[in-house]
Design a protein around this ligand. Structure first.
Ligand code: SAH
Length: 218
């Protein structure tokens, strides 16, 4: 069987599974999953598992997130065409690619701590001719002031608490999504309003690699 056909079947199976288990409910997010194929974002050694609903090792002891977690987080983030988005923890670049598809004419800034992963993500994104993602080497716990304020901020590593600079770089009425907690995390979706931050959603029992850096895990 041709390799692309094999991936196509595996992707369809994964999408059916995610829909049946309600991790994927939004048609545009499904289109993003179809247009930003995960097998372009995993190391060669993991290609056979690209469409398993599992996190997979990339480099530097980091992982590409589990598809069900990426679909759920992407749905919660409620991205609109033209928005300005900040992601902390680029890793493989897959989540950035998904966001770039949904944001259309908007822009995704994604900050990653490890130079090797910045390179890996850039190569992966370039292979799909994605132009509206800027991968930045740096400590994402400080945000990325230069391109702020953001309509949406997503953190893809576990934090003990939400780094203050990120809340400051969020627009009023903007949404921020982060896994917060120690050994296991709750996904928390916040909306910034003129009267403070409102928690919109909170769901427990997720496990992410730790957010490092100045405002990361101590
Ligand atoms: N979104 C990724 C998965 C990321 S795993 C994907 O789709 O593949 C979390 C990533 O956060 C790792 O790559 C890790 O190196 C990075 N990270 C951890 N602390 C960080 C920090 N302070 N700033 C930027 N990146 C950080």
């Amino acid at each position: 069987m041709k390799i692309e056909k094999k991936y196509h079947i595996a992707l369809n199976d994964l999408i059916s599974y995610l829909k049946n288990s309600r991790y994927l409910t939004n048609h545009n997010v499904e289109l993003a999953f179809r247009n930003i194929p995960r097998h372009k974002f995993v190391p060669k050694s993991e290609l056979d598992y690209a469409y398993y609903n599992e996190p997979l090792p990339i480099m530097k002891n980091q992982t590409i997130s589990q598809p069900g977690v990426v679909s759920r987080m992407t749905e919660w983030l409620d991205v609109k065409n033209g928005q300005n988005i900040l992601e902390i923890g680029t890793g493989s670049g897959w989540q950035s690619g998904i966001l770039s598809y949904l944001v259309g004419e908007g822009t995704v800034y994604s900050v990653e701590l490890h130079p090797e992963l910045v390179k890996f993500a850039q190569v992966n994104l370039r292979s799909l001719k994605i132009k509206n993602v800027h991968v930045i080497l740096g400590d994402g716990s400080l945000g990325y002031l230069k391109a702020s304020p953001y309509d949406r901020i997503i953190i893809t590593a576990a934090c003990t608490e939400i780094p203050l600079p990120l809340l400051e770089q969020l627009k009023e009425n903007g949404l921020l999504l982060a896994p917060v907690g120690d050994t296991s995390q709750s996904l928390i979706l916040l909306k910034k309003t003129s009267v403070g931050n409102i928690e919109i959603k909170n769901q427990s029992n997720y496990v992410f690699v730790p957010l490092l850096g100045k405002f990361g895990k101590k």
